[in-house]
Write a protein that binds this ligand. Structure first.
Ligand code: AR6
Length: 173
């Protein structure tokens, strides 16, 4: 029920969202630690996360898998492999797949709240305006099919990215 799902954008750190049931990792194919979001999530979750990820890897662009959150203050982590911009094609569709697969997986896990970083906009080179439009369309298009999710939060590292995502999602504040 789309009118029952709240969408919001905040500026902050994806590893510091204790009120969310789950957060999304902008992962690498091997589901190992790395830079950016993946590094921050693995550092905060601890070595048990890498152990839990091993049997699930490798994943493909657009795919989403779930693990426990270990040392993170959430129940679960949903790991998505975003596309490398203009190398994994079609990049827009693969990025949309990440958002949609993550939302459907969270809902199938009966999670009520999920936080996303701006997948693919760091090391993978996606322009933030384009990524925000793709994310907004992808999120809006699956909300009506979800049963358990009540809150979707975009967590952006920079204030500028927060403004871009807020506008794309049609959030006035
Ligand atoms: N919380 C929220 N957003 C963050 C955080 C954080 N703690 N840290 C960075 N960002 P990236 P990608 C922002 O590179 O483009 C990794 O090395 C960041 O400013 O984490 O999907 C993996 O191992 C940017 O806007 O993800 C992969 O190999 C956005 O999150 C590869 O990078 C995504 O940046 C994945 O690249």
């Amino acid at each position: 029920m789309s009118d029952q799902v709240k969408l919001e954008c905040v500026q902050g750190d994806i590893t510091d969202q204790p009120d969310l049931d789950a957060v999304v990792n902008a992962a690498n194919a091997e589901l190992r630690t790395g830079g950016g979001v993946a590094g921050a999530i693995h550092r905060a979750a601890g070595p048990d996360l890498e152990e839990a990820c091993r049997p699930l890897a490798p994943i493909k662009p657009g795919q989403a898998v779930v693990t426990s959150a270990f040392g993170l203050p959430n129940k679960k982590i949903i790991h998505c492999l975003g596309p490398v911009y203009n190398i994994d094609k079609p990049s827009d569709q693969l990025l949309a797949d990440c958002y949609q697969n993550a939302l459907r997986l969270a809902d199938s896990e009966k999670l009520a709240s999920l936080g996303f970083p701006a997948i693919s906009t760091g090391a993978f080179g996606f322009p933030v305006h384009e990524a925000a439009e793709v994310a907004a369309d992808a999120i809006h298009s699956v909300l009506s099919g979800l049963s358990h999710l009540r809150l979707v939060r975009m967590v952006l590292f920079s204030p500028g990215d927060k403004d871009v995502f807020q506008k794309a999602l049609g959030i006035s504040r």
